[in-house]
Structures are given as structure tokens and as C-alpha cells.
Design a binder for this molecule. Sequence first.
Ligand SMILES: [Zn+2]
Length: 133
Amino acid sequence: MIVTTDNGYELSDFSVDIFEEGEYIKVRVECFADDRIHVPFHLYNQGVIDKAVESDSKFFYAVLARMVTETLNGILTSEITPPDKCECQDHYWFKTHPDDRQEYCRTKSGRIYPKTHTIKCPNNPANRRKKNG
Ligand SMILES: [Zn+2]
């Protein structure tokens, strides 16, 4: 499914993730946004359900279904704006980090764009995961 927003973004590759976190069940909807001009990016929206609701399964499924819809709608009805660029995307970065490297992605339409972070950027989620073990 591809949805085109009012300000010209094509949203695609929707995914829904439902997972437990402490006392809550979280619903995370993620998608890919591309306006074919700027660097495309992933965006997400998250909904939270109290785990207590789970004890009544019928009620829980109803709440869950509504939460998925709400979370998805939250993305579709919000104004899509690209995230702020990280400092590693500045061209000065490689002067102070000569051993770092920029990675690239390719969209389904074949356009190549730089990833949000360089390989060694401390803000790269892959590096954060490593640090936490
Ligand atoms: Zn970065």
C-alpha cells in the first residue's frame, strides 16, 4: 500500500509491531516516507495499552484493533516532516572522523540516498545497541 499525503510524501512499507514493555502493551506503526526530492526517512507512531486490559480477551482484541487504527491514522493525518539531520551528516564530520564511513540505501524506485547516520556515529541506533550489550 502506498499513501500520498497532502504535502507530497509517499508513505509505503507499513509495518505494525505489537510488543510488551513492563506494564504496557505497545503498538508501533512504522513506514517509509519519500517525497522524491529530499532524503527519504522512516517515521513511526506509537500507541500504549494498559496490560490489565489483557485479562478480558474479547475486550482486549477490541482495544488492540482500535489502537492499531488510531496509531496508523496518527501517521496518515499528521503533517509529515523530515527529522532533524544528525551532526554526522555535516560535511565537516569527516574532517574530525576520517575513519568513519557513510552508508547508502536504495529505494524501491532505484533512488540512492544516504542513511540517517554514518557507521560510527554515536547516534546510530546500531551503535547504541552494541553499547548496551
Ligand atoms: Zn549521526
